[in-house]
Write a new protein. Structure first.
Lengths: 115, 115
């Protein structure tokens, strides 16, 4: 079975400061990792994904994440946040690439960007 | 713009009532999902449908059933609503062609309160 732990439930951060959201996973098989974002009163949308290749993945809106297999982590970072980055962020792991695979989500990290 | 539409944004029901949550997608996607979202628990998969008339239990199917008679519509049914089913319910869809990339398209959610 796979699981995802997001270590911080809430992260307050000042505008233009950097932010890092931590994500650790466990899985008995090769993993594919994802970050989704949920803006207020909206559904989730894909921010970035790691399927294979370079361990540093770049996503939308200036976010990036680094896959670290030895530490089973997939932390999300942004060097300078904007007010519009206020949202809830979800890390997720997939059990494979085959059709019918399912995502397991972490508990979410709520980011509040302060002016 | 592609869409997943959930028919009700807010519902208030009484204990014991039968509840229908409807989800429609206009992207001709084969896979559809129902998740519930609770603070600190992230998203948990209730049911998953590979294609029309096909369904599979997720991680928390107890107290729920689903129906997928047409490709574009996936309904979640609470046969006898209970207070512990008060939650945000998210519908999502995915093309089989992108199943490896796990690019799910989410609806905006249905917030159900059971009194």
């Amino acid at each position: 079975a796979q699981s995802v732990t997001q270590l911080d439930s809430q992260v307050p951060v000042f505008e233009e400061a950097p932010v890092e959201l931590r994500c650790n996973y466990s899985s008995s098989v090769s993993v594919y990792l994802f970050w989704y974002v949920q803006y207020p009163n909206q559904g989730l949308q894909l921010l970035l994904k790691y399927l294979s290749g370079s361990t540093l993945v770049k996503g939308i809106n200036g976010f990036e994440a680094e896959f670290n297999k030895s530490q089973t982590s997939f932390h999300l970072r942004k060097p300078s946040v904007h007010i519009s980055d206020t949202a809830e962020y979800f890390c997720a792991v997939s059990d494979g690439k085959a059709a019918g695979n399912k995502l397991t989500f972490g508990g979410g990290t709520r980011v509040l960007v302060k002016p | 713009d592609v869409k997943v539409t959930q028919s009700s944004r807010y519902l208030v029901k009484r204990t014991g009532e039968k509840v229908f949550l409807e989800c429609v997608q206009d992207m001709d996607h084969e896979n559809m999902f129902w998740y519930r979202q609770d603070p600190g628990l992230g998203l948990r998969l209730i049911y998953f449908s590979y294609d029309v008339k096909m369904k599979e239990k997720g991680d928390i199917p107890e107290g729920y059933s689903v129906s997928r008679e047409k490709k574009e519509r996936f309904s979640l049914i609470l046969e006898s609503a209970s207070t512990n089913q008060t939650s945000m319910y998210l519908c999502a869809s995915r093309s089989v062609l992108s199943s490896g990339a796990n690019v799910l398209t989410f609806g905006a959610g249905s917030r159900l309160t059971v009194l």
